[in-house]
Design a protein around this ligand. Structure first.
Ligand code: ADP
Length: 486
């Protein structure tokens, strides 16, 4: 008989309450899956609970019960953090409120120094939750730079207070380059001084994510490929040498997607449901989407989609140059995304150059995203780096074939099409020529239905379920917690 592991999972987003990107998907789905896979009333299990900032935008959206308050030291003063409780499909969620969190209207601003105080405050409040709740935790699981200060604060507290020594810490990297630049002041104000004379490079000794990576008992990345890549200069954000010293404590666990919500058979937000057996029905989604976008239906023309944050990371800027090289081929394109104004403007220019072929929607629109997954034939993901990537997994689930750069989680989840095998089209370098070749290969294969349809079926049968990912986290939690207690 093994005991239940108590885990406090802390993050800046958790869908459907707050979602900006993949972190929101994972934080909203992984804990609930861990709870249902391993019920605490069984032989062993995980009592995992989430903590999130109570952003102003959540106030009208969530009904939550006030359960108490904790006090956080800011220089010589004490600030109150109010704690509320709500539930996400049975998973307790603690919402932390307080002055620094109320001051921000957005989850993230373009300038991380403006976000730093709310996340440092939130991180420190999370560390006090177990005492407030009288709930002894075995493991603190933090995510990215926003909650990394909790790991660093725990590391410091263990030296002064024995009650913290039994807590194991785990930090998941969803996106390494976001180190929390500009957070030094906030760390100082909340009595988290730089870690001088450590193996961290001097420039990183006062940044939240490096401090968390230094202090965490264990680190995970969101794919095995990215776990290797971050040890190299191209992907290591200057921390590669330091990270190599920690490589024994880094594990790559591929994210999964929630197969209940991402299911073409039952998805209420797509015009026509379909299955592997009834793949021919899928075409209705394409026709509907073309109509909705005001694009003309053309027989045997591949419809290409793109859904992502308009960020340099995602390589959206490579698309305009790439498509100019393949204007002789039959394709149409829809791009959905929002973000960097320069990248948005370049996408609009592309649309203006090819009004009969390209539609650009500059928005965050989940319902349209679903119609694009279900209605386009090919999904472009030319990321410069991709810690895991969820869009390719969702695409495959919806029989949509990815064209992607072979990096991080994209390389782990897509097998390049060769000789009748494979689930997508991969290219190695983030440049417009290689992307154009990838699109060309996909468009030409699309034209041959004897090759295309089996490929769609192979994609739909891939297993990127959350259960798979959750069971790997469960094994890791057990290893970390029980190693510590023996
Ligand atoms: P990242 O976390 O780097 O943004 P991921 O591929 O891990 O990238 O996750 C992106 C998630 O956000 C997916 O669920 C995708 O469908 C969704 N998404 C991205 N951009 C948009 C958009 N403009 N509208 C709707 N959903 C979007």
């Amino acid at each position: 008989m093994t005991k239940t592991i108590n885990v406090l999972f802390i993050a800046s987003e958790a869908a459907p309450l707050v979602k900006i990107g993949g972190l929101g998907d994972v934080a909203g789905t992984l804990p609930k899956t861990l709870r249902t896979l391993y019920r605490p009333d069984g032989e062993s299990g995980v009592d995992i609970r989430i903590a999130l900032p109570f952003y102003p935008a959540l106030k009208n959206k969530v009904s939550a019960t006030h359960i108490g308050k904790v006090s956080i030291a800011k220089k010589q003063h004490q600030l109150s953090a109010q704690v509320y409780e709500t539930y996400l499909e049975g998973t307790p969620v603690y919402l932390i409120d307080g002055e620094p969190i109320q001051q921000s209207t957005q989850v993230y601003t373009a300038d991380p120094s403006r976000d730093a105080e709310k996340f440092v405050f939130f991180s420190l409040a999370c560390l006090q939750l177990p005492t407030l709740l009288q709930w002894k935790i075995d493991l603190l699981h933090a995510n990215d730079w926003h909650t990394a200060p909790a790991i660093y604060a725990l590391f410091r507290k263990r030296k002064e207070d024995a009650s913290f020594t039994s807590i194991t810490s785990l930090l998941t990297i969803h996106n390494l380059p976001y180190l929390g630049n500009g957070a030094q002041n906030a760390l100082d104000m909340y009595n988290l001084p730089p870690l001088e004379d450590s193996i961290l490079p001097a420039w990183a000794q006062h940044l939240p994510l490096p401090l968390g990576l230094y202090s965490a008992d264990h680190i995970t990345t969101v794919s095995p490929g990215y776990a290797q890549e971050i040890l190299t200069p191209e992907f290591g954000s200057g921390l590669e040498q330091f990270l190599r010293t920690r490589s024994q404590n880094i594990t790559g666990i591929l994210n999964g997607i929630d197969y209940k919500t991402w299911n073409p058979e039952t998805d209420h937000q797509i015009p026509q449901n379909f299955t592997v057996e009834k793949l021919h029905l899928r075409r209705q989604n394409k026709l509907y989407l073309l109509d909705e976008l005001g694009l003309q239906q053309q027989k045997d023309t591949a419809l290409i989609g793109m859904i992502n944050r308009m960020d340099f990371q995602k390589g959206v800027d490579l698309v305009p140059q790439a498509v100019e090289k393949i204007t002789n081929l039959p394709w149409q394109m829809v791009i959905l995304g929002t973000g960097d104004p320069k990248i948005e403007a370049a996408a609009r220019e592309l649309e203006a150059r090819h009004p009969d072929r390209v539609k650009v929607v500059l928005a965050y629109n989940e319902a349209l995203a679903r119609r694009i997954y279900a209605g386009t034939d090919i999904l472009l993901i030319p990321s410069r780096y991709e810690p895991c990537g969820l869009t390719q997994m969702i695409a495959m689930r919806y029989a949509n074939i990815p064209v992607a750069r072979r990096t991080g989680g994209l390389g782990d989840t897509i097998r390049d099409y060769q000789d009748g095998f494979g689930t997508g089209f991969l290219f190695d370098n983030p440049d417009a020529v290689e992307l154009a070749v990838g699109i060309q290969r996909a468009v030409l294969t699309y034209a041959d239905k004897r090759r295309w349809k089996p490929m769609q079926r192979r994609c739909m049968k891939q297993d990127f379920s959350l259960e798979k990912s959750a069971s790997q986290y469960y094994q890791l939690y057990r290893k970390l917690v029980f190693k510590k207690s023996t």
